[in-house]
Design a protein. Structure first.
Length: 315
């Protein structure tokens, strides 16, 4: 396959969040951190933001007339349609190596661009990356793209749903238990979250993880019981494209061999785009038991979702 190439048209930074970035002659990209002196750098997955020059040009032709950095982007690159690349793609410019971690972002407040044009392309077209190898990038540098390998490790995110845990009133043990088992099984756990029992919050994060971060597997822990606050299954079904009931049914079936109270678990398992979402119970013991039941069999299903395996029955 022909290697994708582009040209860096602008490098932009700002020393404060929430303001436009401004074009600079070049910048130093620090490993596991981002651009030195930029307000959005740090130990997180959105260290560097990128936007296609071609999308900005088309937006300006409609009357936006924005300058480089107006959307809060760090790099403006001509010739690469970032929005249509998969998460995990790598970008090389100069000596710098970046890995794409998220597509788009939620717009919390409408900026001046939105108020003028009725939309802003950054939440839809912008992507984010982390710095794997450091160095400098300058306008005019060539950027090449490397797509992720088909046999790369599965990625996962773990969400603990707990009012007390989200307030720091209780130490979360179920989330770390899930992370440990996933990592032992070879998964790359890219995010862990502790959220309150609020369906709207949970739905937003599950959609972001599936659509923006494109993780292979999302595990939730908690909120699957009979309490009025237990609405994890309802939130999960609300974001589903397709049902995958067998996983949740099998967890209940195996769990009932340990305790008959497992029949009271309302957890579900669904598919959103290419992400599998599985609800687990809230206790560390139940989380470990549930993952022991299903982890070995998830491999084939996740490969089918990824498109690297067929659904042919085992002979």
């Amino acid at each position: 396959m022909e290697q994708m190439k582009g040209i860096v048209k602008a490098v932009c930074t700002s020393d404060r969040k929430g303001v436009e970035k401004h074009a600079v002659d070049g910048a130093y990209f620090k490993k596991d951190y981002g651009i030195e002196g930029d307000a959005h750098a740090g130990k997180w997955h959105r260290q560097v933001s990128l936007l296609s020059y071609d999308k900005v040009k088309a937006f300006n032709e409609r009357g936006a007339n924005v300058e480089d950095g107006a959307f809060g982007e760090n790099l403006v690159v001509e010739g690469i349609d970032f929005r249509n690349l998969p998460v995990g793609s790598k970008f090389y410019a100069g000596t710098v190596e970046l890995r794409m971690t998220q597509i788009g972002k939620e717009c919390h407040s409408h900026c001046a661009i939105f108020k003028k044009m009725g939309e802003c392309i950054m939440p839809r077209e912008g992507v984010f990356a982390e710095v794997l190898r450091e160095g400098e990038i300058h306008p005019g540098d060539e950027m090449t793209v490397e797509l992720p390998a088909a046999d790369r490790p599965f990625t996962a995110a773990v969400i603990t749903v707990s009012d007390k845990g989200s307030k720091g009133e209780r130490v979360d043990e179920s989330g770390p238990a899930a992370v440990e088992m996933l990592e032992q099984a070879g998964y790359e756990v890219v995010e862990t979250l502790i959220l309150p029992d609020e369906p709207s919050v949970l739905k937003t994060q599950m959609m972001r993880l599936a659509d923006g971060r494109q993780v292979d597997l999302v595990l939730t822990s908690g909120g699957t019981g009979f309490s009025l606050r237990d609405q994890t299954p309802e939130a999960t079904m609300a974001v589903a494209d397709r049902n995958a009931p067998g996983i949740a049914e099998y967890i209940r079936y195996r769990s009932m061999q340990i305790t008959s109270r497992a029949m009271l678990s309302r957890g579900v398992s669904v598919i959103r785009k290419k992400t599998l979402i599985v609800n687990l119970p809230g206790s560390p013991k139940a989380v470990k038991e549930s993952l022991e039941f299903i982890l070995d069999s998830l491999d084939h299903g996740l490969k089918i979702l990824r498109g690297t395996a067929s659904e042919c029955a085992r002979q």
